[in-house]
Design a protein around this ligand. Structure first.
Ligand code: BGC
Length: 820
């Protein structure tokens, strides 16, 4: 292992009482970002104010421009330039990079504040998207801490994107001619394409009179300067330019005079408006500004802005009060109570579309991803989960297959990627069942939901679950195991692709799917777990025949796995196109994989025969590392055309023996199924970001959120993370810790208490709001056990079994569970 990194390198600290991560050194190893907005209007913002804004869909409604993979990294954002005599600086250090006397960035729950101090002046820029608002509000507070009067020149800056972020980055023969703006009072309006097919515009306002502005980018920067050195700012004089084509921007110029000790606030609103066709215009070519003005007026004083921020904080108080723990370990508590749940909201909102690793152009909402995201989110706002389930199911096909992705703006399946990922349908059962167990709302099953968004095909959601289940049953291979299709959960295991053309995608090419034999043992385990859920649901609904039919298929799958999916010491991963084993001791590389061993042990397949114990021990021995469990071992060192993309990654990265954090919790849960709380906890800690804060320089990504991947043991820098924020790692880790390690698990009939904790934990306390009551659950472990509730008391009375009944009485109930 390489040890070139200063292991004790932190760039900030947690402030748990404010639910913030406080960055005190702007030179983080990678931009450490946050998300503003959680409904329709969103911004990404880094610790140096880089990032961008969009409405609903980062591809189709991009408001401000961002250039990924730029030099330097993270150039472009919502910048303030302050000119104080000859010194030009920005509160976030970047883009000017003038050394600051003090710097602090606080990332909180959907807000970020960035403070810089220079030459006796402090500038605090607060950024957030108020609830139910299509706008980002920025409050810039300037304070003079010096003894002299300060005459500051303040320039704001945003750069407009021309709506479709993909076209914005490629079609310059058109783009350089279309840009249009309007300037009225202190508001700059961006109205490109408004006169034709668009009914939307954006605007950037400030709540004081301005002394000038610029909207033409090259006039503002000068053709030869970067973000760090706008010519207009250097000269200290705006040019009052009106953009015609080229690249429109919005920059206000404001002169601020501050007496010693004086503070002034400037409030900026960056917003979006949609107008009905008949209300588009105020007069010829002059846009109707009514809605913009209404929004601006909602935030034109400090009191109004502070009240909106207080509302946002209250909103999060409420969301985070549904599940909280008091374990005595602050690193654990801050993840469970704050950051992991927050990340689950973010993955719910964005699926895998827009982060600093996902460009917002490539992917929309994933079918499998969004279903899995629900398991970490459904307890926060069940109603939104319900709507999401219906949106997802509406992109399914009548045979149970489905579009792999859909666009958030249109909610239509994405034809470029299509379907054929044979794990996809099963995740709809997980999403739906999780919703019902949380809410008790079985009526969702009666909702009429179309196939492929065609209203004529609408059928009950329950029927969608049936076709999901059947899709697996109807696509079995020669061993009675599920056919893999284009890929299963592992997008890079492309067993029917045989691609030797570098210009085609591994995901969408399937040269040999017809008559294929490639089978997935991962889908087999998944089918057993959620097939059982389907059976249980059928029984609840009184559909005994369907339950019996489904149970037979589940039993047959268990038999097939035992017969053809067991390698002797662990579960096989797959059979390839030719019927050869993958993930077997017989293989030279890729002898053992995490996914099938996770799912088959979660399903408890072959538990009696000792298969689960053996498989989990093999995972420990062959896949575990100091930074988490790698996906496969040995890593592939050459391209196997019959395996596809997995073998294209250098060893230790991504799906080729990287620590793919999404699937580590499958092993944690597998360990809890067999009752090994010590192991589950060890795995949990290894990838949990708050425990990695001390090695931030190596870890590289934010210490407050999970990354998709950490480089594995075969990589150049084991322990280095990539692709933070948008990953199923968020929901699966929350699910593992909350429902399987603490063991507080919603169930149709109540709240199950089934912890599996480390033997040296003496006690843990959880507060859980569930279906209209609050449960204060205290787990006691006098005999140093991991699992097994020997006594459950609710409000002082012993309950048979381990399920707390539903009280729905708005009261607080005291629960005591004793392990033994
Ligand atoms: C995708 C997931 C997939 C995972 C593993 C992620 O990038 O969003 O759908 O399961 O990679 O391949």
């Amino acid at each position: 292992m390489n040890n070139f990194f200063n292991k004790n390198m932190k760039f900030g600290h947690f402030d748990d009482s404010n639910r913030e991560y406080v960055i005190t050194n702007p030179k983080t190893p990678w931009p450490w970002i946050n998300y503003l907005g959680n409904e329709d209007f969103f911004s990404l913002i880094s610790n140096t104010a880089g990032g961008y804004t969009f409405y609903k869909d980062a591809k189709f409604r991009r408001l401000t421009r961002y250039r990924y993979n730029n030099v330097p990294m993270d150039a472009g954002g919502k910048y303030f330039y302050i000119k104080d005599e000859d010194t030009i600086w920005s509160p976030g250090w970047k883009p000017c990079k003038t050394e600051l006397d003090e710097y602090e960035c606080r990332h909180g729950m959907n807000y970020t504040s960035i403070k810089g101090v220079k030459n006796g002046v402090s500038a605090n820029a607060l950024y957030f998207v108020p609830l139910k608002t299509w706008a980002e509000v920025q409050k810039l507070t300037l304070t003079n801490h010096s003894d002299a009067v300060k005459k500051l020149k303040v320039f704001s800056f945003v750069e407009w994107a021309l709506w479709n972020a993909a076209a914005d980055m490629e079609n310059f023969q058109r783009n350089f001619s279309t840009g249009e703006v309007e300037i009225q009072d202190s508001v700059i309006y961006h109205k490109t394409e408004y006169k034709e097919r668009r009914d939307h515009y954006s605007y950037y306002s400030v709540n004081v009179p301005i002394q000038g502005f610029d909207t033409d980018r090259e006039s503002f920067f000068g053709l030869f300067n970067g973000f760090d050195e706008p010519q207009v700012v250097a000269e200290g004089t705006p040019r009052n330019t009106e953009a015609h084509g080229w690249s429109p921007i919005a920059s206000h110029y404001i002169e601020v005079e501050l007496n010693p000790g004086e503070s002034k606030d400037l409030i900026f609103v960056l917003g979006y408006v949609e107008n009905a066709a008949e209300e588009k215009w105020e007069s010829k070519n002059i846009i109707n500004k009514t809605k913009a003005k209404e929004t601006i007026a909602r935030f034109d004083t400090v009191e109004k802005v502070d009240a909106a921020l207080a509302d946002l904080r209250k909103y999060w108080d409420n969301l985070l009060s549904v599940y909280s723990v008091n374990s005595g370990d602050e690193k654990l508590d801050r993840m469970v109570n704050i950051w992991n749940q927050y990340q689950c909201m973010i993955t719910f909102c964005f699926s895998r579309s827009a982060s600093f690793f996902e460009s917002g152009i490539g992917r929309g909402m994933g079918f499998r991803d969004s279903n899995q995201d629900l398991i970490g989110f459904v307890h926060q706002i069940p109603e939104r989960a319900r709507e999401r389930i219906i949106d997802i199911a509406s992109t399914q096909f009548p045979d149970g297959g489905c579009y792999h992705q859909y666009q958030p703006l249109t909610k239509r399946g994405n034809n470029d990627i299509g379907g054929g990922f044979n794990d996809d349908p099963m995740w709809l059962i997980l999403g739906t069942v999780s919703y019902i167990k949380e809410s008790g709302d079985f009526s969702i099953l009666d909702e009429m939901v179309p196939f492929d968004n065609d209203p004529a095909t609408a059928t009950t959601l329950f029927h969608h679950l049936t076709v999901s289940f059947n899709h697996v049953v109807e696509h079995l291979g020669p061993h009675g195991l599920p056919l893999i299709g284009r890929a299963d959960w592992n997008d890079c295991l492309n067993l029917n692709c045989f691609s030797n053309d570098p210009n085609e995608s591994f995901q969408t090419t399937e040269n040999k799917t017809e008559g294929t034999k490639a089978e997935s043992i991962m889908i087999a385990g998944l089918f057993v777990v959620y097939g059982r859920d389907y059976v249980a649901l059928c029984k609840r609904l009184g559909k005994a025949d369907e339950a019996e039919r489904a149970q037979k298929h589940v039993d047959a799958m268990i038999d097939a796995v035992k017969k053809y999916g067991w390698d002797g010491e662990w579960f096989l991963r797959a059979y390839d196109y030719f019927g050869n084993k993958i993930g077997s001791n017989e293989n030279e590389e890729g002898k053992i994989f995490i996914e099938s061993n996770g799912w088959c042990t979660m399903a408890g397949i072959g538990q009696e025969e000792g298969y689960c114990d053996m498989a989990l021990d093999a995972v420990k021995e062959r896949l575990d590392t100091p930074y988490g469990i790698v996906l496969n071992n040995p890593a592939f060192t050459k391209y196997y055309i019959e395996y596809g993309e997995i073998s294209t990654y250098p060893p230790g990265y991504k799906e080729n023996a990287g620590i793919f954090c999404h699937n580590n919790p499958w092993i944690m849960i597998g360990e809890t199924v067999r009752g090994n709380g010590n192991r589950a906890w060890e795995y949990y800690q290894k990838i949990c970001p708050s425990y990695l804060e001390e090695i931030s320089e190596l870890h590289k990504t934010e210490p407050y959120v999970y990354a998709q991947m950490v480089a594995g043991k075969d990589a150049f820098k084991p322990g280095e993370a990539k692709n933070s924020w948008l990953t199923g790692t968020a929901s699966w880790n929350f699910y593992a810790i909350s429902q399987y390690i603490f063991g507080i698990r919603p169930n149709y009939d109540g709240l199950m208490v089934d912890p599996c904790i480390p033997t040296d934990w003496k006690e843990a306390n959880i507060t859980r709001k569930f279906r209209g009551a609050t449960y204060r659950i205290s787990i006691k472990n006098p005999d140093s056990k991991s699992k097994g509730v020997k006594q459950l008391m609710v409000d002082g009375k012993t309950i048979n079994g381990n399920i707390i009944p539903v009280f729905a009485d708005g009261q607080v109930h005291e629960v005591q569970a004793v392990l033994g």
